[in-house]
Design a protein around this ligand. Sequence first.
Ligand SMILES: *Cc1c(COP(=O)(O)O)cnc(C)c1O
Length: 351
Amino acid sequence: MSYQFQVTKVNETSLPKVDFNNIPFGKTFSDHMFVADYINGEWTNLEIKPIELIPTHPGNMAWHYGQAIFEGMKATRDAEGHALLFRPELHAKRLNNSAKRMSMPEVPEELFLQALHTLVDMEKAWIPPQTGSALYIRPFMYATDATIGVKASDTYKFIIFVMPVGPYYTNPVKLLAQDTYVRAVVGGVGEAKTAGNYAASLLPATMARKEGYDQVMWLDGVHKKFIQEVGTMNIFFVVGDEIITPNLDGAILDGITRKCMIELFKDKGYKVTERPITIDEIVEASKNGSLVEIFGTGTAAVVAPVSHLKYKDEIIELDMAKRNISKWAYDTINGIRNRTIEDKFGWIVEA
Ligand SMILES: *Cc1c(COP(=O)(O)O)cnc(C)c1O
């Protein structure tokens, strides 16, 4: 099935105002967006139009009860200028998993993919050609009933908008393991990409920054000792010759970059293990010299090497000269995304 979109174009593109060598992250938007309304049990008013404000009623349910979910993905380009998407079907599936958990309607995968392809193809001049740069894509959905009273909304908007971004982290990151506040618990909404998870992370993140740390590393909500993830990244440790990452326990976000990393590492012949990891075990590995690397993975940062990890009074400092595995992973994913490295897994789709 193919959906019909109404398309309205801008009179004049704002692209000439953008300097691809200096893009402030998340503040520069392309010309157009995709918008759809969920009314009477179906997706309707499918439209691509100039990006603009969307008026809402003060009783809009998303503002009060938090039905709001999103995805984050990237389009890149190859040397011939083709716009490339990275595993878009996994993002469609994850959006729908988030939707289910938040009692929101699913977006048919074909609608998601057609909207994505059409919009990215239209905006492909906005994809920066520089390595590590990309067109960041933000599909999201929120409740739109104007009703006060806790229940699931009957109406929703699904929107996709895009923005050119430069490389995300240029420097290695410093992490602070948080042992007071928690991000998520098993049975909660940690596995959903839902707005409230990020609101809850802001206070601890500000506290970490005051102490000189870039991001919070979350521990589990019950024992406060099992490592979960970081800000908007999953986390990996290289201990001896093994790569370890926390197993998906229902509280950790099922990162697509994480999944790709595990596949890449296994293919390369590394020993990769998904299992519960305690913060004490990492402190111990640092003391006995077996901790080699720590890195975060996520669409925005791709791979972010960690230079410091603080937990209570312990500060672990990583030797940045030993960051071989995370460096290889970063170069490989980016190479696949720009087609300078063969895409033998079939992760790349032309928009
Ligand atoms: C999006 C996100 C990630 C990374 O997921 P990717 O699919 O790799 O981008 C990790 N943790 C959280 C909390 C996230 O929101």
